[in-house]
Write a protein that binds this ligand. Structure first.
Ligand SMILES: NC(=O)c1ccc[n+]([C@@H]2O[C@H](COP(=O)([O-])OP(=O)(O)OC[C@H]3O[C@@H](n4cnc5c(N)ncnc54)[C@H](OP(=O)(O)O)[C@@H]3O)[C@@H](O)[C@H]2O)c1
Length: 347
């Protein structure tokens, strides 16, 4: 069995923990370095008891420490602003290291948009073009040939899988409305006011209405798909992110008015027929059926030219760690489902 050694930066965060969980069952990838500043030197299994029995001997190491001999790739499960600095250091030290960045640092191709969205200068704007945008279902060929992957945002994954088939056929026009509800794990392991249980549980609220940082990323990819497909019409994204009273998952409701008479359900069924991780549902998708899996469940509802598309993903799996592994599988010439092929659960 081919063995590929990997490092995870930010391994004690929610994305890092999810990478460790999923990779524990991967037949080819082996984690030989897991970084944490806070837990430097401590056994991974002591800090993360859910992994007990799966990482004997692995200790967290400081992110500045050299990687073990033989590391072929690294995941950067680190905050935006941190990833691009790490990238520079790692690339200088290990020019052959393949990288998947889970942050927003290399997703946006235009430095002015990056500045407007993240409020900081990008240190290596020219590098963003070397990163394949890792929505696997739309960029498989690019990812396969890449050395660097910018893994999509979680909202972006739910939204793009809801809209890509229409974008590819030039069928996005006018207002494209996205109402997306996320669980509290979307904001990471660091406690915040918005994730504090008494504030968050049994409540529902919106945030960053019309100004969420994933909106330009979604627009960038939809435009690229339109250009590469059957052309673009003018459309305006209207994004309303919401906080839901659950821990994992993003439920997306996308509203579109088609500019032509098209059978949308048939279009989606054809587009996603060969996608292993996209499942068409007859009724509504449910978060329960996708949490802890790499699936995106999709349903399409139509009345005349009015179309509503629903998607459900786990923000930490298809929206993050799972998709990152799906991309790394492709990059190393493995079957993209390797280590990820598992069903959901009910209840
Ligand atoms: N949560 C989601 O649903 C989700 C989905 C898709 C993408 N993302 C993106 O993925 C990235 C990680 O998200 P997360 O939710 O896992 O965040 P998190 O739980 O806050 O974890 C981030 C980790 O990065 C490490 N870190 C912080 N500053 C660092 C530095 N200067 N150098 C090295 N390591 C540093 C921290 O670890 P130590 O202090 O232990 O070193 C922390 O554990 C973010 O960019 C986020 O936007 C998140």
């Amino acid at each position: 069995v081919k063995r590929i050694d990997l490092a995870i930066f930010g391994a004690a965060g929610y994305g890092g923990q999810e990478l460790l969980r999923l990779l524990s069952a991967h037949p080819h990838f082996r984690v030989t370095a897991a970084t944490s500043t806070r837990h430097d030197g401590r056994p991974v299994e002591e800090i993360l008891p859910q992994l007990a029995g799966f990482y004997p001997g692995l200790r967290f190491q400081h992110p500045d420490q050299a990687l073990p001999e033989g590391c072929a790739a690294a995941f950067l499960a680190t905050p935006h602003g941190v990833s691009h600095r790490l990238f520079a250091t790692l690339h200088a030290r290990h020019p052959d290291l393949d990288l998947v960045d889970l942050s927003g640092d290399f997703r946006l191709k235009d430095p002015d948009t990056f500045y407007a969205v993240y409020g900081a200068e990008h240190h290596f704007p020219e590098r963003a073009r070397d990163f394949a945008y890792g929505l696997t279902e739309t960029n498989r060929a690019l990812v396969r040939d890449a050395s660097f992957v910018a893994n999509p945002g979680c909202f972006a994954t739910g939204a793009l899988l809801a809209l890509a088939p229409l974008a590819e056929h030039g069928l996005l026009a006018g207002d494209v409305v996205l109402a997306q509800t996320t669980g509290s794990s979307g904001s990471g392991a660091e406690p915040q006011a918005g994730t504090h249980h008494p504030e968050r549980a049994q409540d529902m609220r919106a945030y960053k209405v019309l100004v969420h940082q994933h909106q330009p990323e979604i627009a960038q990819e939809l435009t690229r798909l339109g250009m590469a497909g059957m052309g673009m019409q003018e459309f305006e994204l209207v994004m309303v992110p919401q906080s839901g009273p659950f821990v994992r998952g993003i439920f997306t409701v996308a509203h579109v008015r088609l500019p032509a008479d098209v059978d949308a359900a048939e279009l989606y069924a054809r587009r996603y027929a060969d996608e292993p991780f996209v499942r068409m549902r007859a009724g509504t998708p449910a978060l329960r059926h996708v949490v802890r899996t790499n699936f995106c469940d999709v349903s399409v509802h139509q009345r005349g030219r009015r179309v509503v598309v629903l998607t459900a993903i786990d923000n930490l799996v298809k929206g993050m760690a799972g998709q990152a592994i799906q991309n790394l599988n492709l990059l190393f010439g493995l079957e993209e489902t390797t280590g990820l092929w598992a069903p959901g659960a009910n209840p």
